[in-house]
Design a protein around this ligand. Sequence first.
Ligand code: HEC
Length: 490
Amino acid sequence: MRRRPRWIAASAVAAILPAGQMSAAGHTTTLQSGVYSEAQARRGESGYLRACERCHAVDLRGDLAEEIPALAEDDFLRRWDGRTLDDLFLKVSRTMPATAPASLTAREYIDIVAYLLKANGFRSGPEDLDADSARLQRIAFGAAAPQARVADEPTEALTALDYFEIRQLNARFVHGLDSAADQGTLFAGVFTADGVYVDAAGAVHEGRAALAEYARRDPDRRKGPTNVKHYIANDVVEPGQGSARGRGYVLMATRGQVGATTTAAARDDLTDGGQYWDELVRTREGWRIRRRTLVRPGASPAVPTVLPPWREPEGPIPPPPSVPSLTADDYTEIYQLYAKYGYTFDSGADKGYAWANLFTPDGVHVNAINPLEYLKGRDINALFAYGGLRLAGGFVTLNPAPAPKNPLSIAHILTSILLEPTEEGVVGKAYRLTGAVTPDGRVTLAPGGVYFDLLVRTAEGWRYQESWYLRPEIAVPQGAKRFVSPHRAN
Ligand code: HEC
């Protein structure tokens, strides 16, 4: 028998270990047989909410960022596989709550253990679980455990389309925030009507009017259709009941002042970053953010409370969109198109045709920074991607001996892809991170500009009809103006 935790007074041991149950130690008990009672688990739940919830969370998921382990589901069961209830009881009763170990009574601890069993899907039985070390040692987590679990609460699975729509929500968030389009209402529309954004300073912006006002704030006077500041990556979505939890990494660019001697590439930098922690809900209008908190690595975040179940307020059913929305297959193909843009252009593969073939046969590529770079048609686009064109000195000339491109370069990293179906096709807006590989193999990364694209569905699949590369320092050219407007409407 293990040594009892020192905080259990002798009289308490006597009280909780009546002789009859001591002898029960001879039997082998399994977790399947119902080793705790419902009433005990209910007591344990309130104990848990008092002493454990603020760290391990109300749904027992813990907090990855704070290195607080989950106390439920596969992670937890894997860690405890092969160990006994005694091990768990000792762990909990001797070391938890982490800030006040051994501060509860044995009864409170064993009740909480019962609650943890219930939360992990093990069935209850007629009797309470006792804090009897010898008995607890005979009950192990293990291979048999999963069969003992009752079916999980049905969490509604997300479809592929749900994942894409949530990704679009993230893209609309950054484009809405960076552009302040439509007086901030593009940004505000990403949230539920009572949605909340907690910014880096911990300030709370609640409700669409306040959110739009937040998006309009522009201390650096840089907001507009070509402003690039927030890059979101690594969108993670975990499904719940008509809701989801999301996470994302966010990188933030700082734009320096344009000086006579500073080049565009030199004055921008990625200077900040963090994570978004989200509560997302499915509404009549589609997926929306109910609460998003920006969490910085340096700060110690307040563990967000879990919101009560979402109930949609009464309201009119929005009319169906005037142009068909995209299917999951459309999203898959279009995201692939954007992903291939970098690989094909940066490598110049297939004599540039790998890139040119992402366009329609009469597709147009414009880099608005270079007045000469208005290229139309696959052959000319291929020649350009291969390095066969010189665009300098006011003339386009052939470069008869293009230097081979480095197929492993990572120059065009496209993120935050926002896709809006329009009558003409799908208007895409994407941010570029500009990577460069130096001859000695080092990689540098800098904020780049913004793409406005028109994508069309052809017999070959989705293709670029037009792709415009813009930067904040240049005015939106006439030909690209029509792409700015779809992003102003929501
Ligand atoms: C102040 C925050 C905090 C509180 C409150 C807290 N814990 Fe923990 N808990 C932690 C941290 C951090 C760890 C990881 C370090 C460790 O294992 O000691 C942990 C680990 C655990 C583990 C081990 C998990 C595993 O799979 O390895 C269990 C079980 C546990 N806690 C249960 C509880 C219970 C039950 C309570 C309430 C009585 C509680 N904790 C209260 C922070 C907390």
